[in-house]
Design a binder for this molecule. Sequence first.
Ligand code: SF4
Length: 300
Amino acid sequence: MSAPLIFKDYLGCRRCPLASSRQRIVWGYGNHHARLMFVGQSPGAEEDSSGRPLVGASGQFLAAVLRALKFDLDSEAFRTNVNHCHPPGNRQCTPAEMKACRPLLEWEIETVDPDVIVALGAAAYKALLPEEKSPITAVRGHVFVRTVCGRERVIIPALHPAAVLRNRPAHERAFLADIGKAVKIARSGKLVEETMALPFRRTPGTLKELLQAAQADIFGFDLETTTGIDEGNDLRWARVIGVGICAEPGNGIYYACDPEQAPIWQGPYLFGLHEDLTPVVLSLRPGAGAGARGETASLP
Ligand code: SF4
């Protein structure tokens, strides 16, 4: 069920100066048992009018990105802000204002109890990962596992959708990849620590060795790619010119395409190389077929 989540202790709150500039407190909204939570900085003017967080152009963009991943923002996620009242002129909230509203945010996290929290924008990133000193542009998409409100959760910083919309298409690909990662982890129900990470050392290998490594039940892989944009139709494309597969820690096989020959795969990509090209690697298994959008060149 999608509904606002109202904290009785904060009804009519006047703990910080933002109480004077708001029309209403904008409570967090969505599924109260969501595995995935989005946290922004503060409500904008539209949110202040409607009483719901992330309903303006930013929210619509985020909802569209999630729809493409077959994930519904309203019914499957929960969304809120570090500060719950609209600051005048959309200014940054002060540290004192953020501190005053912190118990409300923590209550929301404890109540909804999400596995994955996406910090949208620098203010949310600083609020949720105060010990990190790098700018958000350096750490966006990184997966942090931190104890927040009583238990370990995944925190993924991402650019705020408003910043992405202001700087499209430069930031769009990164945003799609970061949101896709958050959805994937939330759906898996596992913290990243529980998933397998294989240290990768590139050792030039033969095609036969590469195909053998691809038969393992679990393997990690890396793709060597070149990318570009078709000027005529603005379509992003990728070419896979090398594949590395690692089925044992520290023992990866890397197969490079002969530069004189056709790439291993080429075609358009939309959500990020990892998501779009995973089928290319899986197609190395006998009888798997190539499921990726594009053309799989015959391996020499
Ligand atoms: S921003 Fe938070 S602390 Fe400040 S008045 Fe609104 S609800 Fe209260």
